[in-house]
Design a protein around this ligand. Sequence first.
Ligand code: GLU
Length: 509
Amino acid sequence: MKNISNPRVRIAPSPTGMVHLGTLRTILYNYLFAKHHNGKFIIRVEDTDRTRLVPGAIENLLEALEWADIKTDEGPYLTSDKKIKQKGETGPYIQSERLDIYKQHIDDLLDKGKAYYCFCDKSRINELREQQVKDKLPPKYDGKCKDLTKEEIKALIDSGAQYVIRFKMPDNKDVIVNDLIRGEIVVNTKDLDDYVLIKSDGFPTYHFASVVDDHLMKITHVMRGDEWIASTPKHVLLYEAFSWQAPEFAHLPAILNKNKKKMSKRDGDSSVSDFVNKGYLKDALLNFISLLGWNAGTDQEIYTLRELEKQFSLDNIHKAGAVFDTDKLDWINGQYIRELSIDEFFDYCLPYLEKDGIMKQTGEDLYLIKTKETLKPTYVKNILKLEQTRIKKFSEIGEAIEFFFADDLDYDIEKLVWKKSTKEETIENLKKLEELLKKTKDELFTEEKLESSIKELMEQSSIDTGSLLWPMRFALSGRERSPGPFELAAALGKEKCLKRIGNAVAKML
Ligand code: GLU
């Protein structure tokens, strides 16, 4: 790839709803590219399709950028009181505030004879389409208004007729797009339509506004999703019509679901906030998204944003679609969860524990929601610690720890018996354990101390490991899978351990 210095890149979202993961990837790649090459990252809001605007969508997008800690150099931003302001010298950066700029540029194209007024109404266009579909022809405007005279145009406008302005497509000309990821793409103008530049509501179309803005905002590289690839020849022709130098183009691979189909909103949960709500950490999500279509060519999978800034390059973006692998996301998230301090982990878990009706913190007080029993944060943290190495996302924490706080565990007593043991033996072993735990002083109720005293008991009484540790772990957790017996016992504390073991014995008798 050519030497790239001080590029200017942009993301140009339309404020039509929630921020989706695909948008976040486009944001991230543009940002990383700008950072890597010491360039500028610009945000421009494309709000010219007035029928699709969603109130609050710009704020939502700017909040997502703030959340991701991705700083823009130019464009709209949110003030601390959540007002939208703009910074930068090539603005305004919200397209609906640039109408006079588009007007000036469309007049220029009209003067040059590269665009024309079209007064065909919707019903004529629809009939034309229907006929073309019947005749198995690609839908295309037939050029009826292409050769109207100046006088005819003026008379129609004066009469109040509605119009659009169309691009005058050159005849039979090969348009070449040199995509930095896809290579050369050639399209003949025969296959392109006299597409609309200015709509009947006076607003520019996406094609027109984005080309004018990319030029005026001095964008050097346009990096966007591959759904825009078919539009790019139209854009290249517009640059030519204006005698402007086109930017470089790089179309990012599609994001695919596990059936290798393009991921869509129908796959559910594709908005960034859905993932955040499920308990994925920001850094893990960014890390995962960075790998959706790019890798550094090494085995490294865990990257900080700073590392990505250093290593990211367009050379390593794949052409093929990137499969969204939730297991990999979970694995990456798990890695980040392990790195949190216990206090951070506790803070992240609390809202999920409250949502699941388990515990709540009000001011300094932490208590169980069902019984109002107060809890010591250190006690809860000791329990949480056991799951910090096990859960993949915070939404799993409630399910993972609820058994610690249950009054009585509900389980099938058969399961207390280790497969190579008997019920009688299990009762006997649990009773011995109960005796030992009763004698254990509170300060010796730690994982290490319990491990050594229980192992000693097993040795002295010639009990094999499974016959004691399995029922012990099961009696304490009521689950086939749980943290180990010693750590479990230490986290539960003496009183609860004795109660649970006593209950298990009683259930079996
Ligand atoms: N407004 C388009 C979008 O919503 C921008 C496409 C582009 O980057 O040119 O994705």
